[in-house]
Each structure stands twice: as C-alpha cells, then as structure tokens.
Write a protein that binds this ligand. Structure first.
Ligand SMILES: [Zn+2]
Length: 291
C-alpha cells in the first residue's frame, strides 16, 4: 500500500508494511483507565480503533522522500525473513521491495537511509539475507544511525546477546556497522537542504525526528513521539514501550505546542489511515485533523 503527498517540491510517500487492529489499549497504555479511554473512542474510530475487537489499529510506515536526485528512506519497518519473538513480526514475507520499486525507491535507487531510532520495527529493511550474511538492502545508500540511541542500546545488545528488545541489532544494525556502512548523526544533522534532524528523546534515549522544510511548506517525520492519535488528545499518556517516561511526555507536549495551528504535516510511524495528521489547539489541549 502506497500513498503520495507533496511538501513544497519534495515528493513524500509512505509504504504501509503492516497494519491492523493489533494492540489492546490497556496493554499499550497501562496508565490510561478504561473509563478515560472510552471517552476518546469517538475520536479514534474507525481509522485508529476497532470496536468489534477492542484493539487499537497500529500500522508500520516506511517513509520515502524524493528531492531532486535524492531518494531518502526514513525508517525501514520490520523487514522480511527475520527471526523475531513477536509472532506477527516473525519471518515476514511482504511485497515491500516491489512497493518501493514502484515509487522509484528500488534497492539501487535509494541514496540515503535514516533511522530515527533503533527499535526493531524501524530498522528491519536496512538489510536483506545474502547466504549466511546480512547485507545492505540499499547498496548505494548512506545509512544514518542516531549516535545517542546506538550508544544507549549497544551495551544492552551485548549483555542480552541479541535476545529481546535488541534482537534486530543482530541482523539489521550490527552487520552494517561491522561492514563500515554506517554514519552516526546528532541533532542538527542536515541530510539534504531542507531535511534535518532534531532531538525527540524519551521513547528511546536517542530518538530523533526528521524535519522537512521545502518552499515554505513543512512536514515532520516524528517517529514514535506518538503511537496513536490517542496521545495527541492525551499527551500525558505514555506507551508501555517508552523508555524514559518523563522525557517522552515532555517531548510530546513540546512537539504539540510547536506544531499546533502551523499547518505542518505530522508523519508518525504507526498511525492508521491516512497515516499523518495536522495538529490544532482545542480548549486547553490539542486535537488532530487527518493529513
Ligand atoms: Zn515504533
């Protein structure tokens, strides 16, 4: 599944690798009492919550930007043929390569791959199998990893030997590091004119957002500052997978303040259709308009 938008002279596409009513609200948002969740349901149906199964609809996006001769991917989903503990991520066999090729982002065409953070659902297509090795899916691309996130996760990967939350390090992160394919970036990194990194820490310690500003139009790839629009309505609510809760909450409030009523297109990784939003102020808080 592919969608296209323009931001100034940049073409922005998203590939939906997976989507469905997968997440029990009580499990993803354990701090949100059921009664308070139920007040939000009218704002979440039908794109972000399935009433019949009581599950939040969560997608996995692979964002692609084309500017001039640059073909840039932001976050690379789960990937095919990777052994994963989570059954719905294990040994996938999707058509992502064909979908990427269809928008001119085939393996040879991509010039840069940027990971916002190093969770397994954001790095998977960094690599593909080549015999017993894992090699760059995009052989002509520069790969960019956020330095702070890498430094945070590396000791955990070593301690746990690639089991659990750093399992993707084994096949999607370390092979590229060991092959000398990776450049590490910090906030302020400019990838091409009008495309730069800013800190979005909290969900993971080194998570970055990627800001796109072209011809006076703005879009922000905000990674996992939010997992669902629920957190635009209730920015105080963290997910169970936010590593640094207080920082994640502060980042979310500051981001909403910055984006509200600016018209900027906000492009997270996990929203249901149409996968991006614009933020507006409502009373003392915030609301969203499908983007
Ligand atoms: Zn994620």
């Amino acid at each position: 599944m592919m969608h296209h938008r323009s931001i100034g002279d940049a073409d922005v596409y998203n590939i939906v690798e997976l989507i469905g009513p997968t997440h029990d609200p009580a499990r993803l948002y354990p701090d949100l009492p059921r009664g308070e969740f139920e007040k939000l349901i009218p704002s979440l149906i039908p794109a972000h919550y399935a009433v019949s199964t009581d599950r939040l609809i969560i997608g996995i996006q692979i964002w692609v930007i084309k500017i001039g001769t640059e073909v840039i991917i932001i976050d690379t989903g789960v990937g095919n043929a990777k052994p994963r503990e989570l059954p719905r991520f294990d040994q996938l066999n999707t058509l992502v390569p064909e979908w990427l090729a269809a928008i001119g982002a085939g393996s040879e065409q991509v010039t840069q791959v940027i990971n916002t953070h190093l969770h397994g659902d954001h790095v998977g297509w960094n690599t593909v199998a080549d015999g017993n090795d894992w090699v760059a899916t995009f052989p002509n691309a520069s790969y960019w990893f956020p330095q702070i996130d890498y430094d945070w996760w590396l000791p955990i990967f070593k301690e746990k030997n690639g089991i659990g939350e750093t399992e993707a390090f084994t096949d999607a992160v370390m092979p590229l590091v060991n092959q000398g394919r990776v450049q590490f970036y910090q906030a302020g990194q400019v990838f091409t004119p009008g495309l730069s990194a800013a800190s979005a820490s909290g969900h993971t310690p080194g998570q970055m957002r990627i800001d796109l500003l072209r011809n006076g139009q703005k879009g922000v790839f905000c990674a996992d500052i939010f997992h669902s629009p629920l957190q635009i309505l209730r920015p105080d609510i963290n997910t169970v997978v936010d590593v640094e809760g207080d920082i994640a909450r502060a980042t979310r409030f500051a981001f909403l303040e910055e984006m509200a009523d600016t018209g900027a297109l906000v492009m997270p990784c996990h929203f249901g259709t149409p996968h991006c939003v614009r933020i507006i102020r409502k009373g003392d808080g915030f609301d969203f308009v499908p983007g």
